[in-house]
Design a binder for this molecule. Structure first.
Ligand SMILES: *[C@@H]1O[C@H](CO)[C@@H](O)[C@H](O)[C@H]1NC(C)=O
Ligand SMILES: *[C@@H]1O[C@H](CO)[C@@H](O)[C@H](O)[C@H]1NC(C)=O
Length: 396
């Protein structure tokens, strides 16, 4: 996370300059790329400067590379540089240049339509949520509606903040990943996306000041790099109260600056198991009283969930200004998963590894989970967690 962009740039370039360096999968004909690059793009000059500064990029390669990417510049300076360095562009480096160009375009903004790193594929998101997410009809609908609404708002005056609640294994991380994958070409690895896991990134409360600084510089840097950013906070219930407090300004309403051509957008996701038990209780009671799962609505859940979050004493989240000042736009409940959902998770695990499965294997895997409450054995206590590892027992 803390890797300097400049250093890694240099490193990647070095790697690519080695003979036989592989090209990238998502590549486009370099000639097409060069044409696309011809169209002006405001942030281009800055990127150009950054790349120019990449320590490990030799001057020669820079000259060749810039000729490939910016042919106009090349006519002026390239010929002179060529003479000066005794370098023949047509002889050497063509193949490296193609690789370099492709590599460069992977990270930067080479599309006519805008920033290629940002895909905002809502068709894909909708289909993923429908097909791959099991047992979460509320999250499925809410997430799509909230995110699409936000991204399609011409000039949002606030970041979008969604808070996912539910037991572990119910799909909170999974939905965060689906979002990243459909909004960004490189998914969670995109340089527009940052994931913070509380116990991993901010484990010791005595360093909270340090963490605060680090968190802000990460948020600021990411927002400077991208006009649409996604920040994911996993284990949000464990975030230090001071970090939560300090996130406030990022989620508040902002005065719109009229001169900005492109309104920056940020999406914050907070994932926690807060309220998981109350969600389960409400769902259990509704099922017991004869409701079908799919009939459960937000009206059933929201008041209980909000109350539970606000009253939780073992976490600072409910008492933070994020909740108290209504800076969270949507609280999204993840329902406890049943046997049939676990079975679907097992099937997906086989399919995703392109393995054959039998109905018996799916049953076996679903039976391996622990179900609660004792009487009805209705909900998998671990949701679909670790289901994908369990398929290993059933491989030939
Ligand atoms: C570079 O190489 C090409 C192809 O071999 C040749 O036609 C051209 O004259 C060379 N240019 C220079 C400046 O040596
Ligand atoms: C959006 O996602 C769908 C499903 O994953 C895919 O088939 C489609 O090509 C994507 N569209 C774009 C524009 O990337």
């Amino acid at each position: 996370m803390s890797r300097g962009p400049r250093r890694s740039l240099g490193l990647c370039l070095l790697l690519l300059l080695l003979p036989g360096a592989p090209g990238h999968e998502r590549t486009v004909n370099p000639r097409e790329r060069t044409e696309e690059l011809g169209s002006a793009w405001p942030s281009f000059q800055g990127l150009k400067e950054r790349l120019k500064a990449a320590g490990a990029l030799s001057k020669r390669y820079w000259t060749l590379f810039s000729c490939q990417v910016w042919p106009k510049d090349c006519e002026e300076h390239g010929a002179a540089a060529e003479k000066l360095l005794g370098w023949n562009i047509s002889l050497l480096g063509q193949q490296y240049l193609a690789v370099l160009t492709r590599w460069y375009c992977r990270f930067q903004t080479c599309c006519d339509s805008g920033d290629c790193r940002i895909s905002n594929n809502f068709t894909g998101l909708e289909s993923d949520l429908n097909v791959l997410l099991h047992g979460q009809h509320l999250a499925q609908e809410l997430v799509l509606r909230a995110v699409r609404g936000y991204v399609e708002t011409p000039r949002p005056d606030k970041a979008l903040a969604l808070s996912f609640h539910g037991w572990s294994g119910t799909g909170k991380n999974f939905v965060a990943r689906l979002l990243a994958e459909n909004l960004y070409r490189d998914g969670l690895r995109s340089d527009c996306v940052r994931v913070f896991i509380t116990m991993f990134h901010f484990p010791h409360s005595k360093y909270v000041d340090l963490y605060k600084e680090e968190l802000f510089s990460q948020i600021r840097e990411t927002q400077q790099r991208c006009h649409q950013t996604l920040f994911i906070f996993d284990e949000a219930e464990k975030l230090h109260p001071e970090l939560l407090e300090a996130l406030g300004p990022h989620l508040e309403h902002q005065a719109l600056k009229n001169h900005r051509a492109e309104t920056p957008r940020s999406i914050f996701l907070f994932l926690s198991n807060l309220g998981g038990s109350i969600i389960n209780e409400v769902v259990l009671n509704l099922l017991r009283s004869g409701h079908s799962r799919e009939d459960i609505t937000m009206e059933h859940l929201e008041p209980h969930l909000q109350e539970e979050i606000a009253e939780s004493t073992d976490s600072g989240f409910g008492h933070s200004r994020l909740v108290k000042e209504h800076l969270i736009d949507f609280f999204i409940p993840f329902l406890p998963l049943e046997y049939r959902h676990v079975r679907l998770c097992a099937r997906d695990a086989f399919l995703s590894q392109e393995l054959l499965y039998t109905e018996e294997a799916l049953e076996e895997i679903a039976k391996m989970m622990v179900y609660v409450p004792k009487e009805e054995q209705l909900f998998s206590s671990q949701g679909c967690k670790s289901v994908s590892q369990r398929i290993n027992y059933f491989l030939p």
